[in-house]
Write a protein that binds this ligand. Sequence first.
Ligand code: PLP
Length: 394
Amino acid sequence: MTTIRDREAALYMQAGRRMPITVVRGAGTRVWDDEGREYLDFVAGIATNTLGHADPELADVIAAQARRLVHTSNLVYSLPQIELAELLIAHSCADRVFFVNSGAEANETALKLARKWGKIHRDGAHVVICAENAFHGRTLATIAATGNPRYSDPFTPLPAGFAHVPYDDLDALKAATGDETVAVMLEPLQGEGGINVPSPGYLRAVRAWCDEQGLLLILDEVQSGMGRTGTLWAYEQEGIEPDILTSAKALGGGVPVGAALAREHAAVFEPGDHGNTFGGSVLATAAAAHVVRRLVEGGVLEAGRARGEQLGRSLESLADRAPGVVGVRGRGLLRGLELERDVAPDVVAAALDAGLILNAVRPNVLRFMPPLTVTDEEIERAVSLAEQAVAAAL
Ligand SMILES: *Cc1c(COP(=O)(O)O)cnc(C)c1O
């Protein structure tokens, strides 16, 4: 009998790598594989399953909506879509929203807004300054924005109009700004780049520079948003507001949905400028509206913030006592454990054997991103399993 691994190897384009388990069921922070083995899931669908797995209320919302209407089209109005729009506008600095299905599409939308805004307001300026080590998605424009040769070299020529500067380096950003510059696009803290938190005041200074130069500030909150770092949006902790903001990953609690949000002056689309068949589908926006409501009205945001502080403290104390661990990065429930050597993939394998799902975001950095509903016991258990896995891998 062929295994699922053989079947997958024969059928799929081998564009990524998987852990050697088949996950069939979940509940909260736990998942089970096809052999009935239980795991603590500190990857949570790559920071998507905000409410944990198989949340009964979210499941009810999805089921009820599916029985009524799954998808119509953006040629007509839909109630869940307008409810989600109202929630996002009420709970962000933005005035207008455009719905999509993924982070890359949300960023594509933001980039198209910036291009059009540049034509109207900056004499056709179109260059977007991005950071080294960024991650903005895998479409052609977003790998150009990401600027990592590992993701883009096989696919050149790339769309033009991107410049890259080191993250957390204001002077480099200033030096890179020119007549052709239209916007600066950054993650408030870098996720895929290794959980890199900028120095205090950096984002505020970037905001001031954008104001001074008449540039748009686009913040990619696809990973940092939706309560992941302790506030609904990470920018709230910096005392600034972006002109354009993107969201996806956790927005639907695991259901694919994304959004580009803009303040009025940056929301320059007119009829015919942009479109998306599934963007803001009835099913996805019903799910996302429930998730946002649970976060802001149901106490999930506060609970997640408390657990995020706990995770930070627990990992700090692990870093203090465990040989081979250099330090802790990140905020809230998005944390990186930095190792002395490039053994993060070995630690992930050892953790999986012990019943903990983790991610090696860099060869020397482990990423912890559990659901916002994770319990304090689950955090202590995960940190203790991670400690054993680090010891086993060294
Ligand atoms: C994951 C991610 C994206 C891409 O999202 P997809 O849904 O995979 O297209 C973009 N930006 C950031 C910051 C991300 O973490």
